[in-house]
Design a protein around this ligand. Structure first.
Ligand code: SF4
Ligand code: SF4
Length: 433
């Protein structure tokens, strides 16, 4: 499992906090963004983390971690809008409060349009991991990722990607899977692999509530959202290409997570963990919330200036939030054959009812079931290879042999034979048509 960001990936920290140094402020206006509306929570906000908050957070966060490695995750809105000098101060403070032997890492999620030589030199020098948001080739990316004037952004994002590659900055792509790109999985995947030269990819489904508040209320979804079936099909298609040519050179987060689960390890991603509650959000003014997807008054934990970060992170309210994921799991999920990896998925998406009428089924369930059933045999093979000290990349050779055999069967099948693909249809009515 690569502990990279996006959905809340987890390292071995006691807890993670995603920091929003400019709150919800962004230079783009992506139509599916769930965070821009959080600006309304701070009608008098200046949306700029001041030195007192930055220092208090750095001190408390490092002190709270009982592990040797600490990751600072910067997000937005657009965190680069806070300026390079803010990040320089952040690094100085990290050094000031670091304990001997401690490893401090920084990850930043950006829309990429501000990246230039100066930013990328800085990221390279201080070993930042950069997550860049990009949704695929031009028409697919520009469908929703537009600037404040409604203008497309792909060219500016790709210029940012070039700066990252030029300076050899460690980066991953974060692709939102939405109504406009969900039917084009291979176009998206090949673009990221080929044009963006990405080696680490995340595919995050857009499941967005359609309401006035921007909170997790009501069951209506925006038209940008994808269904479980669509998401599952998107990932299956990418998996089929990845497993034939890219194992060991391209890392797709959900496949890594699945492999870890099949190996009996923790998925390492909050969405698939049994409980949540250890991935919080810090707003620009020091306000702490339960999760990036629950920045709303009901999930406000307190402010870290008058109160202590650890006290808030371990409060009864936050513990309850984390356990609710497990405790509200419907019986349908408890009996599911892929519960060991899925765990019912993220609570924000649990808006369906089970066939028995129990509430709390994940909106993406159909896709998860489909995907995990499809990749299961391959995952088991890869786990076995790992356990026997061999590279799981050998799967590519195995599948190449299977494909060759299948092609031979197609080539020699007669019209009335059963189709070699296993559909149960006659060849003439299936692949022989
Ligand atoms: S609600 Fe839980 S699973 Fe969903 S994003 Fe937040 S921490 Fe992760
Ligand atoms: S695949 Fe569906 S039924 Fe199974 S654990 Fe996930 S959400 Fe529940």
């Amino acid at each position: 499992m690569n502990a990279r960001q996006g959905e809340n990936s987890r390292s071995s920290l006691a807890f993670n906090v995603m920091v929003k140094p400019r709150g919800a402020i962004c230079n783009l206006d992506c139509q599916y963004c769930y965070y821009l509306c959080k600006e309304q929570l701070y009608p008098d906000g200046d949306f700029r983390m001041d030195d007192d908050v930055l220092e208090a957070f750095t001190r408390q966060y490092i002190r709270a971690q009982q592990v040797p490695e600490v990751t600072f995750a910067w997000q937005g809105g657009e965190p680069l809008l806070v300026g390079l000098d803010f990040f320089e101060r952040a690094l100085q403070l990290q050094q000031k409060y670091s304990r001997p032997g401690m490893i401090i890492k920084n990850v930043v999620q950006t829309n990429g349009v501000l990246l230039d030589d100066e930013w990328c030199r800085f990221f390279k020098r201080y070993d930042f991991l950069v997550g860049i948001s990009i949704d695929g080739p031009r028409e697919l990316h520009d469908a929703y990722r537009v600037d404040k004037g409604g203008q497309p952004t792909l060219d500016r994002v790709m210029a940012g990607v070039e700066f990252l590659n030029k300076h050899n900055v460690d980066f991953n792509t974060l692709t939102c899977v939405h109504a406009a790109n969900v039917d084009y999985p291979l176009e998206v995947y090949r673009f990221l692999r080929g044009k963006a030269k990405a080696h680490f990819m995340q595919f995050i489904p857009i499941v967005l509530r359609d309401n006035e508040t921007g909170f997790q209320e009501g069951n209506a979804l925006t038209p940008h959202s994808v269904t479980g079936k669509q998401y599952g099909s998107f990932l299956r298609t990418i998996f089929d290409e990845w497993v034939r040519r890219d194992v060991g050179t391209v890392f797709v987060q959900i496949f890594d997570v699945a492999l870890a689960a099949w190996a009996g390890e923790s998925p390492g991603l909050c969405v698939f963990d049994g409980t949540c509650g250890t991935a919080m959000v810090l707003e620009h003014n020091g306000d702490l919330y339960s999760c990036d997807h629950f920045v709303e008054p009901r999930y406000y934990l307190g402010n870290i200036i008058p109160r202590d970060l650890t006290e808030l992170a371990t409060s009864e309210q936050q513990v309850r939030f984390g356990l609710a994921k497990r405790d509200s799991l419907p019986g349908y999920c408890r009996e599911c054959s892929v519960k060991f990896i899925c765990n019912g998925g993220c609570p924000k998406n649990r808006i369906l009812s089970t066939p028995e009428g129990e509430s709390g089924l994940n909106y993406l369930c159909e896709g998860y079931r489909d995907l995990f059933a499809h990749i299961g045999p391959t995952m088991k093979y890869m786990v076995q290879e790992l356990q026997e000290g061999r590279s799981p990349a050998s799967i590519m050779y195995v599948i190449a042999q299977q494909d060759a055999l299948l092609h031979m069967r197609f080539a020699t099948a007669r019209r009335n034979d059963p189709c070699p693909c296993g559909s149960g249809l006659k060849f003439k009515n299936c692949h022989g048509r």
